[in-house]
Design a protein around this ligand. Structure first.
Ligand code: HSE
Length: 422
């Protein structure tokens, strides 16, 4: 029987979820892994009325946990600066570290991994990306023999929940409120709906698959706040739905990193992952496309990821033989403006002769081809929706084209969404 002595830092939802799962699933864990785990100490700034830690020692100074006779510090305090300090202290005290904290790994990953290597300890973070859905070990171990050309998917459960509900006819705001009530959303939901949470996650996945730095260089991040319910109807008419996609793609030694809403084919695997689920598609050379989906938020899913790290640590505590070298990326980050997309445009235009001609002439003058342009039904207002799908053109020209379309006398409003190439 392999056993580990654990110190937990933090005593909120995530920590108590792991505590309960270790207790409730003790038999399954022993049977499946042959491992047992003893929680020696919990660093809790305050009691949590939702969980009784029994006889486990509680200390109020979370940093003190690192001084105990334990094998691993499980950092579950969240945030960035104090979490970084705590992780570095644990490492310097030669404790392995497990964390569910994506922000600290995104902002300080390289510093933390370097310190861990120097001290001969491991830092594991399976639940930092998509909670218990096992993407980190999948990439770093199971798929390590593959060249991975693209990772794409919905990495933010809240955004997927909101967009899936809008697809069924709900409005944005009440659906966000529901996501907050269900506990999917971050304490500041702007991180979810403005794309930051998904960006953190794709930055981390890219560092594993492509050796890009943590923190990454700046890359394009856009959220879902400008998507309207009607966009789903118009997209569906053309065989698309709308998802918030985070993408890391390697092409000709150039690394593309981006997180933004995109039209994807309704027939695609990702299109069918609805609700709070996370889902990813990985393009590999040896196995072809791989799909993985699961709950990417919540106490239980996060507990599953944390316990998988504990099991990994029990099985492979020896850093020299198993810790992957952090390779520095040799790939240049692509300039977002140089990328080429097809675009969906919604134009709210006056219903009068010549409108279509003015739009198509403008596109022709910009040398932007049109795949389709459709005037939708009159909504009883003095304007009609026109839905335009362009041929592929450079992102650099997108903002200017949008501005000039809006500058046409007959166009009252405009919005656009990129179309993800298959
Ligand atoms: N707020 C996150 C999400 C959960 O909605 O996916 C944890 O990353």
């Amino acid at each position: 029987m392999k056993s580990l002595k654990i110190g937990i830092c933090g005593w909120g939802n995530v920590a108590t979820g792991m505590f309960n799962a270790l207790h409730d699933n003790v038999d399954a864990i022993k049977q499946n892994s042959g491992c047992s785990f003893n929680i020696e100490v919990i660093g809790a700034r305050r009691d949590n009325p939702k969980c009784n830690p029994g006889n486990t020692k509680i200390v109020r100074d979370i940093f003190e946990v690192c001084n105990h006779d334990i094998d691993v510090v499980v950092e579950l305090i969240g945030g960035v600066d104090v979490a970084r300090e705590l992780i570095l202290k644990a490492i310097n005290n030669k404790k392995h570290v497990i964390t569910a904290n994506k922000a600290v790994i995104y902002h300080h990953g390289d510093e933390i991994f370097t310190a861990a290597k120097e001290q001969g300890v491991k830092v594991l973070f399976e639940s930092a990306v998509c909670a218990g859905t096992p993407i980190i070990k999948l990439l770093s171990e199971e798929l390590a023999a593959n060249n991975i050309t693209k990772i794409s998917g919905m990495l933010n459960g809240t955004s997927n929940f909101i967009l899936s509900n809008m697809e069924e006819g709900s409005e944005f705001e009440p659906t966000l409120a529901l996501a907050q009530k269900e506990g999917y959303a971050e304490p500041d939901p702007a991180f979810d709906i403005e794309g930051m949470d998904a960006a953190h996650k794709i930055g981390i996945l890219s560092s594993i698959a492509y050796g890009s730095p943590l923190p990454p260089e700046d890359f394009y991040i856009e959220g879902i706040t400008h998507i309207e319910k009607d966009d789903f109807t118009y997209a569906a008419d053309m065989g698309y739905t709308i998802k918030h996609l985070a993408v890391a793609k390697l092409e000709r030694n150039s690394l593309e990193l981006r997180a933004h809403p995109a039209l994807i084919k309704v027939s695609s695997h990702l299109a069918n992952l609805k609700g709070v689920r996370n889902g990813m598609e990985l393009d590999t050379d040896l196995i072809g496309k791989i799909h993985i989906a699961g709950s990417g938020a919540g106490q239980e899913s996060t507990a599953s990821g944390l316990i998988s790290d504990l099991i990994h640590l029990s099985n492979c505590p020896n850093v020299d033989s198993s810790q992957k070298e952090q390779q520095k990326s040799v790939h240049e980050l692509s300039v977002f403006g140089d990328l080429v997309f097809q675009y969906y445009f919604y134009l709210d235009a006056e219903d009068k002769p010549g409108v279509m001609a003015s739009i198509t002439s403008l596109l022709a003058s910009k040398k932007v081809g049109i795949e389709s342009i459709v005037q939708k039904e009159d909504r009883g207002k003095d304007s009609v929706p026109i839905i335009l799908i362009t041929d592929p053109f450079k992102e650099n020209d997108h903002a200017e084209l949008q501005k000039e379309l809006l500058g046409l006398d007959s166009v009252k409003a405009i919005r656009s969404i990129r179309i993800e190439a298959e």
